[in-house]
Design a protein around this ligand. Structure first.
Ligand SMILES: Nc1ncnc2c1ncn2[C@@H]1O[C@H](COP(=O)(O)OP(=O)(O)O)[C@@H](O)[C@H]1O
Ligand code: SF4
Ligand SMILES: [Mg+2]
Length: 333
């Protein structure tokens, strides 16, 4: 059984506009994902693709007007979507931990970092202060903070960006999570520090036998640090599979476009994205969501494309995606 199994997850924005008309946007469209311990899954896509909403939906961190309207999120054998708030809170921050971008804004500027680490442990375990202090020291060491004893009493403003992100990762590890979700964990850090932080995350996944989800718009990060990748577009996973399969044999035209684009293009605002803006989530086209931007679109694309199995574990949602043939000419699978 997978540690995390997300099926047909649907998240909508539902609200009344200024004319009191009910408005509904489909922000996540039947997302399916699985993740096992020891694995790192990359979620990739341009800005606005629904990557962060996927993480927030899994963790129960959505804020109105976003609401889950369908599907299932099973974690460690439990259905999270039907859990009462107190049980979900107990899982969040303990079994599932999240690291976000801009570490400085996630740290309390008025509390010394050691105390912030201890507080997280105390909130979830309620154990002795001494044990929490010991754990904080261990985790500072695990994330490569030099002189943990000395840094324990440091203020957040005394840390560099990279060091602040290490502290945030240490905070995420304080309650020994089974799943670590990192949402753009290195955006804004310089390239050398990015690599150090990602090496660290990858190493921690093996060391603590966790599963990890790395959300990024940077395909280079996915290629280097992940085992599997899910490519998102307009709230949908349009291709997923093992890194090697998706990167060497991308089956969806959008993945092919992504692989040909630069990280800068992917991170630009919606007006500048690949081949034009994404579809209006309030008024999605029938058929393939990529059709207005797809160079290969035909009339057939006005019908919703099926998820095609390209090879074992590799799927793509496109009318023209084809299963790979084996060397004997048989279809893979
Ligand atoms: N409160 C909201 N109301 C309406 N749309 C929203 C809201 N929050 C996010 N969105 C939209 O949902 C889509 C997905 O957002 P997000 O998951 O943050 O994208 P990503 O992390 O891939 O950049 C975007 O189009 C964004 O504009
Ligand atoms: S179904 Fe059509 S529009 Fe959609 S990705 Fe495939 S070719 Fe392009
Ligand atoms: Mg995001």
């Amino acid at each position: 059984m997978s540690l995390l199994s997300v099926s047909e997850l649907q998240t909508h924005f539902i609200f009344h506009d200024i004319d009191n008309q009910l408005r509904e946007a489909c922000a996540l469209n039947k997302v399916n994902l699985t993740l096992n311990r020891g694995e790192v899954l990359g979620i990739v896509g341009e800005t606005g693709a629904g990557k962060s909403l996927t993480a927030q939906s899994i963790c129960g961190l959505l804020r109105p007007p976003a609401r889950i309207v369908g599907g299932s999120v099973k974690f460690d054998g439990r259905e999270l979507l039907s859990l009462p708030d107190d049980e979900l809170n107990a899982i969040r921050g303990a079994d599932i931990a999240m690291v976000v971008q801009n570490p400085r804004s996630s740290l309390d500027p008025l509390t010394r970092i050691g105390e912030q680490l201890v507080r997280i442990h105390q909130t979830h375990t309620g154990g002795s202060l001494e044990i929490s202090r010991q754990k904080a020291m261990e985790m500072m060491q695990a994330v490569g903070i030099p002189d943990p004893q000395g840094r324990f009493t440091a203020w957040p403003h005394e840390l560099s960006g990279g060091m602040a992100q290490r502290v945030l990762i240490a905070m995420a590890l304080m309650n020994s999570p089974k799943l670590l979700i990192a949402d753009e964990p290195t955006t804004g850090l310089d390239v050398t520090v990015q690599a150090q932080i990602l090496d660290l995350l990858r190493g921690l996944v093996s060391r603590f036998d966790m599963a990890s989800m790395i959300i990024t718009h940077d395909l280079g990060i996915v290629a280097h640090y992940c085992d599997e990748v899910a490519v998102m577009f307009a709230g949908e996973i349009i291709e997923q599979g093992k890194i090697r399969d998706v990167f060497l044999k991308p089956a969806h035209p959008y993945t092919q476009q992504l692989l040909a684009a630069t990280p800068e293009q992917l991170h630009l605002g919606t007006k500048n994205q690949l081949g034009g803006p994404p579809p209006d989530l309030f008024n999605l086209p029938t058929g393939c969501l990529s059709q207005d931007r797809c160079p290969l679109a035909t009339n057939a694309c006005q019908n919703r494309p099926p998820v095609v199995k390209i090879s074992s574990g590799h799927t793509a949602r496109c009318h023209f995606a084809k299963p790979l043939k084996t060397s004997r000419g048989k279809k893979n699978g």
